[in-house]
Design a protein around this ligand. Structure first.
Ligand code: SF4
Length: 446
């Protein structure tokens, strides 16, 4: 009999196949493919393995990683074997992320995939091995329609054009807008510069993150140009919907409803997609997957197919604007059924979901689904729910809603926004203008 896998309860750890994480519905593993995509057969094989070894629920995370839930110490080794049998290479160690359409999008500035591959090789070959924080991440962003500008990373490399030359902007600890800019590098200098940073982090200690690095030490090692003049990339649109890359090349982005899908539904969707000509699936930001290979004249049929499977296939799908964590039955810390609340928001408060804000539903104050502040957060509270206006899940709620009153409270909120919104005003602007006191009074009436 095989030795049971080591498991972790630590939420800061990364639940890989070798270190699955214990959750409310058993062990969970997170998989990152080493290459950008899966064939449809490969993803069907993973889905079947998840059904056999887990509880039949697959997730795609907000950052586009695959998660398999409901595993046990006995079934994790079987899952490992099943995945090894598919021949899919699973990335280990340091997370190195590239945009989902890297290498395909003609509007990209540079090829992130080849830089990522060279960095992976350098990290793997480093002696002695680098012991880095489990959640340390490197984003390598060549630009394009679905760029990673909004993704937070320890180390960011963003392709930029400067005086007719392509350079890589190196920045630390943040999104494309907030990260500290360190240097603009020619491509040959990129991997050595990142390796320098990784060595510095390893020297600080196993939990060191990029925010712990002193900029001055880095600047001595890397040449810089005028970094302040480099404009940030345009924000990427929501992944859900059709993305036209060229006249004869469209890609369909499909989001999982509140981040989850049953394996039986995924299998049926993939089989039907194959008939429509799909050849490859890539994981994407926003709990989404990108469908490649469908001819332009059939992409509408693929979109309808996704909708028929309950998936988010349109940019205007109101579910695109809700962030919900795993919730009860899936997380031991959860006190509310986050997905049921999310569906109630969709059903009763469409005026909130105009795309101007994200409604965050959190099973506890940790706020895993959206650690930053949200215009509206519904979180667990002793009497049922707490409503936080303009804050994270950890903030003190401005209003409390009894368990049986959540539907009525949301209807009141919907009415408030629908009736008080001025011409051309978004839900976010309306809520900001009205202020927390008015919002609180609305949800607590009746
Ligand atoms: S925020 Fe949600 S997923 Fe995170 S620990 Fe709390 S209940 Fe669990």
């Amino acid at each position: 009999m095989e030795a049971p896998q080591r498991s972790s309860m630590r939420r800061g750890a990364c639940p890989s196949l070798s270190t699955p994480m214990m959750t409310g519905d058993g062990l969970l593993v997170r998989l990152r493919p080493a290459r950008p995509g899966f064939t449809l057969r490969e993803l069907v094989a993973i889905s079947d393995a998840a059904a056999l070894c887990g509880n039949g629920i697959l997730e795609i995370t907000a950052r586009g990683n695959l998660q398999i839930r409901g595993l046990t110490a006995q079934t994790v080794p079987l899952l490992s074997r099943k995945i090894a049998d598919t021949g899919i290479e699973i990335a280990q160690g340091l997370a190195i992320e590239t945009p989902p359409l890297a290498g395909l999008d003609p509007s990209e500035i540079a090829d992130a995939v080849s830089v990522a591959e060279r960095l992976r090789v350098a990290v793997a070959a480093h002696q002695p091995p680098l012991h880095l924080a489990p959640k340390l991440s490197v984003v390598i962003d060549g630009g394009g329609q679905l760029n990673l500008e909004a993704v937070t990373a320890d180390i960011r490399l963003s392709a930029v054009r400067s005086n007719g030359q392509v350079l890589w902007l190196l920045a630390l600890a943040g999104t494309g807008k907030t990260a500290r800019r360190i240097a603009a590098l020619e491509e040959t200098a990129v991997v050595p510069a990142v390796m320098n940073i990784l060595e510095s982090l390893a020297a600080i200690g196993r939990d060191a993150r990029a925010r712990d690095i002193v900029d001055a030490a880095l600047k001595r090692r890397t040449a810089t140009i005028d970094l302040d003049e480099i404009a940030p990339m345009m924000s990427a649109p929501n992944s859900a919907g059709i993305h036209d890359l060229a006249e004869d090349c469209s890609i369909l982005g499909v989001g999982l409803p509140f981040g989850q899908i049953r394996t039986v539904g995924l299998r049926s969707f993939l089989e039907a997609l194959e008939i429509l000509g799909a050849t490859e699936i890539r994981l994407a930001l926003g709990h989404a997957l990108m469908v490649l290979g469908v001819a332009p004249e059939r992409i509408g049929a693929a979109q309808a197919l996704a909708l028929g499977h309950g998936l988010r296939a349109f940019p205007r799908d109101p579910r695109n604007h809700i962030a919900a964590c795993a919730g009860v039955r899936a997380c031991a810390s959860a006190q509310i059924d986050t997905r049921a609340v999310a569906q109630t928001v969709v059903d009763t408060a469409p005026a909130l979901l105009d795309g101007s804000l994200t409604v965050h539903i959190s099973g506890c104050p940790k706020g895993c689904a959206k650690p930053s502040a949200s215009a509206l957060t519904i979180t667990a509270a002793p009497i049922g729910y707490g409503l936080v206006v303009n804050g994270p899940a950890s903030a003190a709620p401005t209003a409390y809603i009894e368990e049986n009153n959540i539907r009525t409270a949301l209807e009141h909120l919907d009415k408030l926004v629908s009736e008080r919104k001025q011409a051309g005003e978004s839900a976010r602007s309306c809520l900001t203008r009205l202020g927390a006191d008015v919002v609180t009074a609305a949800v607590q009436q009746g």
